[in-house]
Write a protein that binds this ligand. Structure first.
Ligand code: ZN
Ligand code: ZN
Length: 395
């Protein structure tokens, strides 16, 4: 089916103020700098690429670790309704059986995916838990964490679904895990970790290039001093800031990080090395209340106040809002050009995960994953492969 979109087009490096974008057979066919008749008019808003979330646990009441294809579709629809068109379902800590069940369910949904009614497309799975440092599990169940062993992780990699692979760099077996992930061309990331600079150096040599949710559940000079004494050591924070090849991600929900930290991350790493992620749990789109983080049978309990998840000890238990909120917060915190803000939730995560030839920007040949925003960056309409999906009215 052919369709034309008219309005301000947000391209990776600039905004075309009166553009026309033509879609044919689910792909972007042409982009022109001219007005013209169109089926979709963004009026005084913007036409942007569909959002891409590389760290997301669930939404709409479902967690990907529920391990049931219908639960996975529920979460995918909850995110699509808020502008996310590609996502990477993210494992929590859990037993080998729970992680295998999640992979099987994601595989089934990915294979049978069609644009209409199925929600956001699965770009691949983010194997996140279970390889966390024991004292950095955060809101994940500690019983489900373990050190990486080939017997365990080879089984998950054999699914062919894993595109992003996390492990705390200081764990025994981490290097073997990173090398296995590298041979499968995953984005390799260090998270929930007390890694020192030396651990990070070794991990970098094995292919690690990303750190999960910057400043959350990661080492700092102060945390390493508490563990190892003096002389004080450089941490994951310094390693990421010092290495151009390293990327990272921020949870810009307004509850995890103050605006000046969001702005600092943008200024230090730039839009090509910083991703916006939701890290959203099942309480996204749900009323305040008590929910499980991770598998519905034995995930740890947390409380959603409607703006963030809170663990019983009062610490944060991941976000309950979608990328559209993160984009508005990031725009306000940084004052960055809009194309930079959009890039951090589209092309940059696509490049880091190796899917940028298909998605991530408004360019001819790419999939017609398109979001129409109003002038305040609120999601008005969402198209996946050129097919419109239902959106949640944004107030
Ligand atoms: Zn985490
Ligand atoms: Zn997470």
């Amino acid at each position: 089916m052919n369709m034309r979109f008219r309005g301000r087009l947000v391209l990776p490096d600039r905004i075309v103020s009166r553009g026309l974008l033509e879609v044919r057979d689910g792909r972007i066919y042409a982009i022109r700098r001219q007005a013209g008749a169109a089926e979709v008019d963004a009026e005084d808003g913007y036409i942007v690429p569909g959002y891409i979330d590389i760290h997301v646990h669930g939404g709409g009441g479902a967690d990907y670790m529920d391990g049931d294809p219908e639960a996975i579709r529920v979460a995918n629809r909850a995110h699509a309704a808020r502008g996310t068109t590609t996502l990477f379902p993210t494992t929590t800590t859990g037993s080998p059986a729970q992680i295998s069940r999640m992979l099987n369910a994601c595989g089934a949904v990915k294979r049978s995916w069609k644009p209409a009614g199925a929600g956001a497309r699965i770009g691949g799975v983010h194997l996140y838990g279970p390889y966390f440092a024991e004292d950095k599990v955060g809101c994940h169940s500690v019983a489900g964490r373990r050190d990486p062993t080939p017997d365990d992780f080879n089984h998950y990699f054999a699914s062919g679904l894993i595109r992003i692979a996390t492990c705390a760099a200081e764990l025994p077996g981490a290097e073997a895990f990173y090398r296995a992930a590298h041979s499968r061309r995953c984005l390799i990331t260090c998270g929930h970790s007390n890694a020192t600079w030396t651990d990070m150096d070794r991990a970098f040599a094995a292919g690690m290039r990303h750190v999960d949710h910057f400043w959350c559940a990661m080492s700092s000079v102060a945390s390493l001093r508490a563990l190892h004494g003096t002389p004080m050591q450089a941490s994951m924070e310094q390693f990421v800031l010092a290495h151009e090849a390293m990327s990272t991600e921020v949870i810009a929900d307004g509850r995890h990080l103050a605006p000046e930290l969001l702005n600092f991350a943008y200024r230090m790493k730039g839009p090509r090395r910083l991703c916006l992620v939701t890290d959203a749990n099942r309480a996204l789109g749900m009323p305040p209340g008590r929910y499980r983080f991770g598998p519905e049978d034995d995930g740890s309990w947390f409380e959603s106040d409607g703006t963030v998840g809170l663990a019983p000890n009062g610490s944060l238990a991941s976000s309950v809002v979608a990328l559209d909120t993160m984009i508005r917060n990031m725009a306000a915190a940084t004052g960055a050009p809009l194309q930079d803000v959009i890039r951090m939730a589209t092309l940059t995560p696509a490049e880091r995960t190796g899917i940028a030839r298909q998605v991530g920007s408004l360019e001819p040949g790419k999939r017609a994953d398109i979001v129409i925003l109003d002038r305040n960056l609120r999601v008005r309409r969402v198209f996946i492969a050129g097919e419109e999906v239902d959106v949640i009215p944004c107030v």
